[in-house]
Design a protein around this ligand. Structure first.
Ligand SMILES: Cc1cc2nc3c(=O)[nH]c(=O)nc-3n(C[C@H](O)[C@H](O)[C@H](O)COP(=O)(O)OP(=O)(O)OC[C@H]3O[C@@H](n4cnc5c(N)ncnc54)[C@H](O)[C@@H]3O)c2cc1C
Ligand code: SF4
Ligand code: SF4
Ligand code: SF4
Length: 363
């Protein structure tokens, strides 16, 4: 009896655990992984006033623990050893990096719509046109709600142009990965995501409870740099209409500490980031990953001149694909150490994010 009393009862980690440890603690980053992996489809995104959409249980849970175990905020976290076969060397302050460049697209139509150098869109176009992928999962704009990002399963390079650019509110992109596999039966998928979304993909691939059904179909994980993202309800529905007509917004950017919104080439918002900081999502306050440290390739604007992208190649596969895209005329590049401000400014922001993260469950 004494032995029985001391024996630990291991409770399953099911949706209720996700609710208690992540969603109610306001550290859900809305990646959509829990929605896409639920085998009985009982997790969905539902609107919660002031908090955008949150995962919600809408049916009978079969206690499989999948939702909990793909979440980027639950333990165990995927590691560099899982993904790259080794930890970073001491000098690799941005994580495992095999080569780094400042790069931009050589396609005019991509440069016109891209956030920075259009490297993300160009890599996807290159992979489509050269048979590496049969699908890309990206974020696009909703047709129903103004400036609202939503996942998109892209089946041809032509569709990519309308998805280029940056939206600073969350796209539950991994719902798109579920759809690419379950509805479209795709086998070689490139996914573009923020660092938290890339972490969920790595959990699908490497965790002992990973949803391999989806993770194994990811051919390349393209990670974006990300300092923070904002609640759609607060930034887009409350703040922005006081400044401009949502219907006319053509571009968002964050540069040198300023939040900028353009309509038809004119800056209608150009404010210090502090003005919009109250709208930052809860998860972003505990997040320590600026450069998508577990991606195959990471892309951001910091470190490169305007109109160019900083590219960190972390796996041999990504390096080969990037270099082929350069050699075949999709992308032009210079080594990152030959441009200003270069790697120093990326490292500075990466360190800043790690330092300012403020939660015991830092990730
Ligand atoms: C929320 C957020 C915060 C960012 N913060 C920084 C930062 O602080 N510093 C920095 O250097 N770079 C940041 N970036 C990255 C930067 O804005 C560009 O995405 C990156 O430089 C790639 O530019 P590109 O011209 O190569 O991409 P493009 O060719 O324009 O392609 C952009 C890709 O990003 C995808 N995308 C757009 N919005 C989202 C979203 N909300 N969620 C997921 N995917 C999306 C699109 O679907 C597209 O595939 C951030 C990006 C996001 C989404
Ligand atoms: S069935 Fe599995 S994935 Fe779906 S809610 Fe329950 S534990 Fe989560
Ligand atoms: S972060 Fe992603 S997996 Fe975790 S609860 Fe939120 S939507 Fe689900
Ligand atoms: S700051 Fe972190 S949690 Fe927030 S969107 Fe970016 S990667 Fe996700």
């Amino acid at each position: 009896l004494a032995e029985a009393k001391t024996r630990q009862v291991v409770k399953p980690k099911i949706f209720g655990s996700l609710l208690a440890e992540v969603i109610r603690k306001d550290i859900c980053s809305g990646c959509g992984a829990c929605v896409s992996v639920c085998p009985v489809g009982v997790v969905t995104m539902k609107s919660v006033p002031g908090k955008d959409e949150q995962p919600t249980l809408i049916g009978k849970c079969i206690l499989c623990e999948y939702c909990y175990n793909q979440c980027p905020w639950t333990e165990p976290k995927p590691s560099e050893v899982d993904v790259f076969g080794r930890s970073r060397y001491e000098k690799e302050e941005l994580g495992v990096v095999l080569a780094s460049y400042s790069a931009r697209s050589k396609k005019e139509e991509i440069l016109k719509v891209a956030s920075d150098g259009g490297v993300v869109t160009s890599l996807l176009v290159y992979m489509f046109e050269n048979g590496f992928i049969d699908c890309a999962v990206v974020s696009c704009l909703s047709k129903e709600e103004p400036l609202k990002p939503k996942p998109k399963v892209v089946l041809s390079p032509e569709e990519l142009l309308e998805c280029a650019g940056t939206r600073y509110t969350v796209s539950p992109t991994l719902i798109g990965l579920g759809s690419a596999v379950d509805e479209y039966g795709k086998e070689r998928v490139a996914v573009v995501g923020t660092p938290c979304q890339i972490r969920a993909i790595r959990k699908m691939q490497y965790s002992s409870h990973g949803a391999l059904k989806y993770g194994s179909k990811v051919f390349l994980a393209i990670g974006l740099f990300c300092m923070e993202s904002f609640y759609y309800d607060k930034l887009i529905k409350e703040y922005l209409p006081q400044k401009t007509d949502l219907g006319k917004v053509s571009r968002f950017s964050i540069r040198k500490g300023r939040f900028i919104v353009e309509t038809e080439g004119k800056r209608v918002v150009d404010v210090h980031l502090d003005e919009v900081r109250p709208y930052v999502r809860g998860s972003c306050h505990i997040c320590t990953d600026f450069t998508s440290e577990l991606a195959d390739v990471s892309v951001g604007s910091v470190g490169s001149p305007d109109g160019w992208s900083t590219v960190l190649l972390r796996t041999e596969k990504a390096k080969r694909i990037f270099e082929d895209a350069v050699n075949t005329g999709y992308i032009e590049c210079k080594p990152l150490d030959q441009v200003k401000p270069g790697k120093v400014s990326v490292a500075k922001l990466s360190n800043l994010k790690k330092e300012k993260s403020s939660h015991p469950t830092k990730a």
